[in-house]
Design a protein around this ligand. Structure first.
Ligand SMILES: Nc1nc2c(ncn2[C@@H]2O[C@H](COP(=O)(O)OP(=O)(O)O)[C@@H](O)[C@H]2O)c(=O)[nH]1
Ligand SMILES: [Mg+2]
Length: 346
């Protein structure tokens, strides 16, 4: 059976298109949406699961169940383990499938922690006999209490294996261009706190050098709610382009990450147009759509208007998606929140 893992912070970017063709319709799939610990507090799990299901229909998978978990924080992992145990037939192997960085290894660690006894510590590959090269293939008998009964594996399960699929499905995530130091800054490691801002026509909102969203046509202004670890910077469209050109020349700018010396900044992929999208704004207070910047976060757009045209740019023009809003009700009236944005330096 297959456990398909994706990253809630990177939807649809972390979903593998037509995955069903690889897995085959016969094989049962348990779908895991990981990194739930990053979502804003009080998210409505049932509504979010409905939203999530829309994307997964297109994968042509034989989905048996969906779990929202945090491998890192051990949330929902026991329920997931119980579900895998229940659905797995005797002798079946388990395949962890998913794009790079969705948390497959972390999830295997979480399942091992259940077996070893709830310790919060990272389980090292060296703790598992016979796996010196990481956790690419672990005999199921090491998952006692998690995936096989406490009494030990059934006779048919003695040869069963849990396989990781490292490096099989590469990702076009924007964060794949970042150094580990930059990643620490750019990627949320804490629960995200959404902030709402006004985006005027001909203005751009920039997520460091990782992406930007421009309102190029339509109403005088829309509202944007930013769900990301990077502080947004607002400026007009012309100035945004100027800033990006300076970054490409290796100059230090307000657009961070990337950071480092001129060499590093020059090596960062150039911004290209990722998408242009025209849409109707459906509601004054609920978001109409999200623009997702794979791995970095997303920006929800709110407002009531006949049409607006937005443009999004990203390194190489990769990893940007529009989608129905994940959390349409998070938009809050603009109050003092502007202070969370970076100001244009004089
Ligand atoms: N916040 C958060 N980060 C996670 C979680 N699971 C994995 N990560 C992080 O995501 C990155 C990739 O995880 P990894 O297990 O190596 O992904 P893999 O490439 O699919 O094996 C690492 O930095 C992990 O610490 C999670 O549940 N929550
Ligand atoms: Mg891995």
């Amino acid at each position: 059976m297959a456990v398909v893992v994706c990253d809630l912070f990177d939807i649809p970017g972390s979903l593998i298109p037509h995955l069903g063709e690889f897995i085959g319709e016969r094989h049962p799939v348990i779908l895991v949406a990981n990194k739930a610990d990053l979502l804003p507090k009080d998210y409505h799990e049932e509504r979010l699961k409905m939203w999530f299901k829309r994307f997964t229909k297109e994968l042509d998978l034989n989905v048996q169940s969906i779990h929202f978990v945090s491998a890192l924080k051990n949330l929902g992992t026991r329920e997931l383990a119980a579900d895998i145990s229940e659905r797995r037939r005797a002798g079946q192997d388990v395949y962890m499938v998913g794009r790079a960085n969705v948390g497959k290894s972390e999830l295997i660690n979480a399942l091992l922690r259940i077996s070893i006894g709830g310790s919060k510590h990272r389980v090292l590959a060296s703790h598992i006999p016979g796996t010196t090269m990481g956790l690419a293939a672990v005999p199921l008998r090491h998952f006692v209490k998690a995936l096989v009964p406490a009494e030990g594996p059934r006779p048919q399960d003695r040869q069963a294996i849990l396989y990781d699929t490292p490096g099989v499905f590469s990702s076009k995530s924007i964060t794949s261009h970042l150094t580990s130091e930059e990643l620490k800054q750019a990627v949320c490691s804490k629960r995200i706190v959404p902030f709402s801002f006004i985006l005027n026509r001909n203005q751009a909102i920039m997520l460091g050098g990782l992406g930007r969203l421009e309102l190029v046509d339509g109403p005088d202004r829309v509202y944007v709610t930013v769900f990301a670890g990077v502080k947004p910077h607002f400026t007009n469209i012309g100035r945004a382009e100027e800033l990006i050109k300076r970054l490409e020349r290796g100059e230090k700018t307000i657009l961070q990450p990337p950071f480092g010396d001129a060499e590093r900044l020059k090596s960062f992929p150039q911004h290209k147009l990722a998408l242009e999208h025209t849409f109707e704004g459906l509601h004054r207070q609920h978001a109409t759509l999200d623009v997702s910047f794979a791995g970095v976060g997303w920006i929800a757009v709110t407002g009531q208007f006949p049409t607006a045209t937005i443009r999004a740019f990203s390194p190489n023009g990769h990893g940007v998606f529009v989608r129905p809003p994940m959390m349409p009700f998070e938009y809050k009236k603009i109050t003092g929140h502007m202070s969370a944005a970076r100001k244009t330096p004089k």
